[in-house]
Each structure stands twice: as C-alpha cells, then as structure tokens.
Design a protein around this ligand. Structure first.
Ligand code: HEM
Length: 136
C-alpha cells in the first residue's frame, strides 16, 4: 500500500496502483485505496481488481450499492481525482451507410416496360391472326 501524500491524483497516478497488494479505485470523482478491503468486499475482490485504472463510477452505481456500502467506502478515501485526466466519453459516429435511393420511379418504369413488351407481342400476334382469318 502506498502513502497518500498528495490529495489530487491523475488517472495515471491511480493506475499505478492496480494490483492485489496495492489497489486504488476512482468512484464519483474520488480516489479510494481499497487494498485492505479487497478480501472483505461482498462482491468479491475480482470485480474490484477489474475496475482499476479507470473511472469506476458507473460500475459502482450499476450494482446499486447500499448506503452501508457508501459508508464503508468513506473509510478508504485517499484523495480527489483530477477530472481533466479522465478521458472524455468517445462520441459514437455511426458507420457510413451506402447511398440509398428512395425514389422508386426508375424501377417502376422498368417493370412497366417488362410487362408491356409481352403484352404488345401478344396484341400484335392477335391482330395478325384476326387480319389473316378475315382475309381468307
Ligand atoms: C470502495 C468501493 C466499494 C465498496 C466500499 C463496496 C462495498 C460493497 C458492499 C458493502 C456490498 C454489499 C451490498 C451493499 O451493501 O450494497 C457490495 C456488493 C457488491 N459490489 Fe461493491 N463496493 C465497492 C466497489 C465496487 C466496484 C467498483 C464494483 C464493480 C463492479 C463492485 C461490485 C459489487 C458487486 C458485484 C457486489 C455484489 C452485489 C450482489 O451480490 O447483489 N463494488 N459492495
């Protein structure tokens, strides 16, 4: 376990304490030295060790820790986190979609032509037949 000389730490400072023998966490803008708590954590030591080197606020809140958990947490307070050292959330940019033409007119015309060709041929054949039967 390290001494807590200074009170404001960067994320890099905290990340230097990421082992079972020296474990710091960042929760709600504060730094906690949970080394001595690892064994006693009801959720197990593995989850705490998996939360090192980053802002674990969301992990902590998602569990829905009780007031009791928050009271215990206070005992392990080591200092504040330098907010500027925490990377901002990466903005999600959706992948570019291929151009989609909503205008269906060209397809419609093509279908119409495809339908008209056999109909015209049929009409022509019928006319020829009618013409030839009449002339005989
Ligand atoms: C100093 C920090 C922490 C303290 C003092 C603490 C304390 C506690 C306590 C007292 C409980 C029992 C339930 C309750 O009273 O809420 C608990 C459960 C638990 N904690 Fe933490 N916790 C800390 C950080 C974390 C972190 C960072 C995680 C990461 C995900 C975590 C995950 C869990 C899980 C999974 C449980 C079990 C929940 C269940 O079985 O329903 N805890 N914790």
């Amino acid at each position: 376990m390290a001494s807590h000389g200074k009170r404001v730490y960067t994320l890099a400072d905290v990340a230097a304490h990421s082992s079972r023998n020296d474990c710091w966490l960042v929760i709600g803008g504060k730094v906690y030295d949970v080394t001595k708590f690892l064994e006693d954590h009801p959720g197990g030591d593995e989850v705490l060790l998996a939360s090192v080197g980053k802002d674990s606020t969301n992990d902590f809140e998602d569990i829905g820790h009780t007031k009791n958990a928050r009271a215990i947490m206070a005992q392990y307070f080591a200092g504040e986190i330098d907010a500027a050292s925490i990377p901002k959330k990466i903005k999600y940019t959706p992948p570019k979609q291929p151009f989609y033409n909503q205008d269906k007119t060209p397809q419609f015309i093509l279908k119409l032509v495809q339908l008209l060709i056999p109909v015209t041929i049929l009409a022509l054949a019928l006319s020829v037949r009618i013409y030839t039967t009449q002339s005989t």
